[in-house]
Write a protein that binds this ligand. Structure first.
Ligand SMILES: [Zn+2]
Length: 153
Protein backbone atom coordinates (compact mmCIF):
# COMPACT_ATOMS: atom_id res chain seq x y z
CA UNK A 1 0.00 0.00 0.00
CA UNK A 2 1.32 3.41 -0.93
CA UNK A 3 1.51 6.15 1.64
CA UNK A 4 0.85 9.71 0.59
CA UNK A 5 2.57 11.17 3.64
CA UNK A 6 3.78 9.89 6.96
CA UNK A 7 4.98 11.24 10.27
CA UNK A 8 5.42 9.79 13.71
CA UNK A 9 6.16 13.07 15.49
CA UNK A 10 3.49 15.26 17.07
CA UNK A 11 1.46 16.44 14.14
CA UNK A 12 1.35 20.12 13.30
CA UNK A 13 -2.05 20.67 11.87
CA UNK A 14 -3.09 23.33 9.42
CA UNK A 15 -6.32 25.21 10.10
CA UNK A 16 -8.48 22.95 7.92
CA UNK A 17 -7.08 19.77 9.43
CA UNK A 18 -7.33 21.21 12.96
CA UNK A 19 -11.08 21.69 12.45
CA UNK A 20 -11.42 18.04 11.43
CA UNK A 21 -9.23 16.92 14.31
CA UNK A 22 -11.25 18.88 16.89
CA UNK A 23 -14.54 17.56 15.49
CA UNK A 24 -13.26 13.97 15.51
CA UNK A 25 -11.99 14.31 19.08
CA UNK A 26 -15.31 15.75 20.28
CA UNK A 27 -17.21 12.89 18.63
CA UNK A 28 -14.74 10.32 19.99
CA UNK A 29 -15.41 11.61 23.51
CA UNK A 30 -19.05 10.54 22.99
CA UNK A 31 -18.23 7.10 21.55
CA UNK A 32 -20.30 4.21 22.87
CA UNK A 33 -17.67 1.49 23.15
CA UNK A 34 -18.30 -0.40 26.42
CA UNK A 35 -17.28 -3.76 24.92
CA UNK A 36 -14.12 -2.98 22.99
CA UNK A 37 -13.17 0.08 25.08
CA UNK A 38 -11.73 1.37 21.82
CA UNK A 39 -13.35 4.72 21.10
CA UNK A 40 -12.96 6.08 17.60
CA UNK A 41 -13.83 9.49 16.22
CA UNK A 42 -14.05 10.51 12.60
CA UNK A 43 -14.70 13.78 10.85
CA UNK A 44 -15.03 14.89 7.27
CA UNK A 45 -15.18 18.11 5.34
CA UNK A 46 -17.85 17.91 2.69
CA UNK A 47 -17.30 19.23 -0.81
CA UNK A 48 -19.81 21.90 0.17
CA UNK A 49 -17.42 22.98 2.97
CA UNK A 50 -19.06 21.83 6.20
CA UNK A 51 -17.59 19.53 8.85
CA UNK A 52 -19.45 16.40 10.04
CA UNK A 53 -18.31 13.95 12.70
CA UNK A 54 -19.17 10.52 13.99
CA UNK A 55 -18.13 8.02 16.65
CA UNK A 56 -18.33 4.28 16.94
CA UNK A 57 -21.54 2.91 18.48
CA UNK A 58 -21.36 -0.65 19.77
CA UNK A 59 -24.14 -3.04 20.65
CA UNK A 60 -24.58 -6.04 22.95
CA UNK A 61 -25.20 -7.90 19.71
CA UNK A 62 -21.62 -7.39 18.58
CA UNK A 63 -22.07 -7.47 14.78
CA UNK A 64 -24.35 -4.44 14.98
CA UNK A 65 -21.48 -2.04 15.69
CA UNK A 66 -21.50 1.17 13.68
CA UNK A 67 -18.09 2.60 12.80
CA UNK A 68 -17.21 6.25 13.39
CA UNK A 69 -16.68 6.73 9.66
CA UNK A 70 -20.21 5.54 8.93
CA UNK A 71 -21.61 7.97 11.49
CA UNK A 72 -19.79 10.93 9.95
CA UNK A 73 -20.96 9.99 6.47
CA UNK A 74 -24.56 9.54 7.65
CA UNK A 75 -24.50 13.00 9.26
CA UNK A 76 -23.23 14.48 5.98
CA UNK A 77 -25.97 12.81 3.95
CA UNK A 78 -28.66 13.77 6.45
CA UNK A 79 -27.61 17.41 6.01
CA UNK A 80 -28.03 17.16 2.25
CA UNK A 81 -24.35 17.30 1.36
CA UNK A 82 -23.18 15.17 -1.52
CA UNK A 83 -19.48 14.37 -1.26
CA UNK A 84 -16.33 14.17 0.85
CA UNK A 85 -13.41 16.55 0.28
CA UNK A 86 -11.19 15.40 3.18
CA UNK A 87 -11.48 12.81 5.94
CA UNK A 88 -9.85 12.18 9.34
CA UNK A 89 -10.10 9.19 11.67
CA UNK A 90 -8.70 9.05 15.19
CA UNK A 91 -8.54 5.76 17.07
CA UNK A 92 -6.93 4.53 20.25
CA UNK A 93 -3.75 2.69 21.06
CA UNK A 94 -0.22 3.10 19.81
CA UNK A 95 -0.86 2.20 16.20
CA UNK A 96 -2.48 4.56 13.74
CA UNK A 97 -6.00 3.31 13.03
CA UNK A 98 -7.07 3.08 9.42
CA UNK A 99 -10.66 2.62 8.20
CA UNK A 100 -11.89 -0.99 8.15
CA UNK A 101 -12.62 -2.62 4.83
CA UNK A 102 -16.33 -1.81 4.93
CA UNK A 103 -15.62 1.84 5.68
CA UNK A 104 -13.15 2.08 2.81
CA UNK A 105 -16.03 1.13 0.55
CA UNK A 106 -18.29 3.64 2.33
CA UNK A 107 -15.71 6.36 1.75
CA UNK A 108 -15.38 5.40 -1.91
CA UNK A 109 -19.11 5.94 -2.44
CA UNK A 110 -18.76 9.65 -1.64
CA UNK A 111 -15.09 10.37 -2.33
CA UNK A 112 -12.94 10.13 -5.43
CA UNK A 113 -9.66 8.19 -5.34
CA UNK A 114 -7.69 11.44 -4.85
CA UNK A 115 -9.43 12.41 -1.57
CA UNK A 116 -7.12 12.30 1.45
CA UNK A 117 -7.84 10.25 4.58
CA UNK A 118 -5.79 11.31 7.61
CA UNK A 119 -5.33 8.49 10.13
CA UNK A 120 -4.17 9.58 13.58
CA UNK A 121 -3.36 8.06 16.96
CA UNK A 122 -3.09 9.41 20.52
CA UNK A 123 0.66 8.81 20.42
CA UNK A 124 0.93 11.52 17.80
CA UNK A 125 1.24 9.30 14.78
CA UNK A 126 -0.33 10.39 11.54
CA UNK A 127 -0.44 8.68 8.19
CA UNK A 128 -2.31 10.13 5.26
CA UNK A 129 -3.60 7.88 2.49
CA UNK A 130 -5.63 8.64 -0.56
CA UNK A 131 -8.94 6.81 -0.94
CA UNK A 132 -7.41 5.17 -4.01
CA UNK A 133 -4.51 3.84 -1.94
CA UNK A 134 -6.88 2.49 0.74
CA UNK A 135 -9.12 0.79 -1.80
CA UNK A 136 -7.37 0.26 -5.12
CA UNK A 137 -9.35 -0.82 -8.17
CA UNK A 138 -12.50 -0.03 -6.23
CA UNK A 139 -16.02 -0.82 -7.26
CA UNK A 140 -17.97 2.42 -7.20
CA UNK A 141 -21.15 4.14 -8.30
CA UNK A 142 -19.73 4.65 -11.78
CA UNK A 143 -19.81 0.90 -12.35
CA UNK A 144 -23.59 0.84 -12.28
CA UNK A 145 -24.92 1.66 -15.71
CA UNK A 146 -26.97 4.84 -15.64
CA UNK A 147 -29.28 3.46 -18.34
CA UNK A 148 -30.29 0.58 -16.11
CA UNK A 149 -30.94 2.90 -13.15
CA UNK A 150 -33.04 5.18 -15.36
CA UNK A 151 -35.19 2.25 -16.49
CA UNK A 152 -35.98 1.33 -12.89
CA UNK A 153 -37.34 4.81 -12.11
ZN1 LIG B 1 -15.44 0.68 9.68
Amino acid sequence: MRRARSTTSKPKLGHSLKLLFDAAMAARAQAYAPYSRFPVGAALRSREGAVFAGCNVENASYPLVTCAEAGAIAAMIAAGHKGIAEFLVFGGGEKVVTPCGACRQRLREFAGPEVLVHCMSPSGGRVTYSVGALLPAAFGPEHLAQEELAQEE
